[in-house]
Design a protein around this ligand. Structure first.
Ligand SMILES: NC(=O)C1=CN([C@@H]2O[C@H](COP(=O)(O)OP(=O)(O)OC[C@H]3O[C@@H](n4cnc5c(N)ncnc54)[C@H](OP(=O)(O)O)[C@@H]3O)[C@@H](O)[C@H]2O)C=CC1
Ligand SMILES: CC(=O)N[C@@H](CCC(=O)OP(=O)(O)O)C(=O)O
Length: 346
């Protein structure tokens, strides 16, 4: 049994980790970390866990945790993991960080987009960007995994094969994304109140969203060139789900069949990526509660552009599901262990 500690188990991403790991055959959560609910029963924080989880929430002490568990998940605000980690801890325990602290390889870029000083730049190089479908072999050997962002996972996976094969002009790429409100976390915030979100849709972080440099960096590795793009997220009145629509100029005249063959080349054997049948547009309902990413595209002959579409559950493949997938790889388990979740509908 893999012993697990979760720092930030009482947030939405941490709560989803608890849901997935409670059902995982080879993992046992022994530490339900929290800041506001110390000594409270976890099932009193999340009533859906009544008679399922009996543990109480505990203080977040990474040093003590490192003695007691095999892996620590940090599902905490930006900056916290970097402020806690050190060499002694990393020599004892593996860490999967759901925040952005170790995703961006250039500390100055992180500091600029996050407005934070990076407290552990010495571990940035070592951290593996945990997008399993792309970095699988590196994840297997990692002791520190930077679990990718929710918008980022969906955006990169949707565009990656075409960037890698030079099919799109990266200078023309625009990514428009929509997220359900759980993406903003459980903390009280006026802009996420029911009356602000319900019957409403709004763009935010226009030209400044912190996921922009993360998407640029990863697609830059794929395309082998510096990528600068527009990324515009929107908040939509639903609980879960991310829908990404990417637009770019094609580098040559191609048929639908050629593009489909490229997606299949990268994803046909990927359990969690479903390239949909011709002309179907992904919908968040088709992936809700699951670790799947649904992808499709449409070539627009009239404009010479391609429209790439992806849908995913932000809390599963966009956070906890991907983190469990990384844990499975790091501990030599079957990659889909605990993740064979059938999407819920309606
Ligand atoms: N929500 C999502 O869809 C996704 C979130 N993420 C990332 O996961 C992380 C958590 O996000 P999310 O769950 O949405 O956020 P929430 O606000 O829902 O949860 C934050 C968690 O962190 C804990 N926490 C806050 N401050 C501290 C602190 N100073 N010390 C210790 N624990 C602290 C909170 O504890 P308490 O409840 O006790 O106050 C809570 O458990 C973020 O880095 C986010 O970017 C990544 C992908 C998707
Ligand atoms: C709807 C919403 O507010 N979404 C969050 C992104 C989700 C998240 O928590 O960010 P990471 O994936 O980087 O960890 C945001 O825009 O900041």
């Amino acid at each position: 049994m893999i012993k697990v500690g979760i720092i930030g188990s009482t947030g939405y991403a941490g709560g989803e980790l608890v849901r997935l790991l409670t059902a995982h055959k080879h993992a046992e959560i022994v530490w339900y970390g929290s800041r506001s609910y110390i000594d409270k029963k976890y099932a009193d924080v999340y009533r859906n866990m009544f008679e399922i989880v009996d543990n109480v929430c505990m203080d977040d002490n990474m040093e003590e945790l490192a003695e007691r568990v095999d892996v620590i998940f940090t599902a905490t605000p930006q900056g916290l993991c970097a402020s806690l980690v050190n060499e002694e801890i990393l020599s004892k325990v593996k860490i999967i960080d759901l925040s952005a602290d170790f995703r961006i390889k250039d500390a100055a870029t992180y500091e600029k987009w996050y407005g934070l000083e990076h407290k552990s730049p010495q571990f940035i190089e070592e951290a593996v960007y945990g997008l399993c479908e792309i970095n699988r072999e590196k994840v297997k050997k990692a002791r520190l995994v930077a679990n990718p962002g929710c918008y980022t996972t969906c955006s990169i996976l949707t565009v990656y094969p075409l960037a890698k094969e030079g099919m799109i002009d990266m200078g023309t790429l625009i990514i428009d994304a929509k997220s359900g409100t759980s993406g903003a976390g459980r903390g009280a915030n006026v802009s996420n109140l029911y009356c602000e979100v319900n019957e409403n849709i709004k763009a935010y972080g226009v030209t400044t969203h912190r996921h922009t440099p993360e998407i640029e960096e990863q697609l830059g590795y794929a395309a082998e060139e510096a990528v600068v793009l527009n990324f515009t997220p929107h908040l939509v009145p639903m609980n879960r789900g991310i829908l990404v629509t990417g637009y770019a100029k094609l580098t040559r005249d191609v048929s639908d069949e050629e593009i489909k063959a490229i997606y299949d080349k990268y994803y046909a054997d990927e359990k969690f990526i479903r390239v949909l049948e011709k002309e179907l547009c992904p919908e968040t309902k088709w992936v809700e509660g699951s670790n799947y990413v649904d992808i499709n595209f449409r070539v627009d002959k009239r404009t010479g552009r391609i429209i790439m579409m992806g849908a995913m559950d932000n809390l599963v493949k966009g956070a906890a599901g991907q983190a469990v997938q990384n844990m499975n790889l790091m501990f030599g388990l079957g990659e889909t262990e605990g993740l064979e979740l059938v999407p819920m509908f309606p």
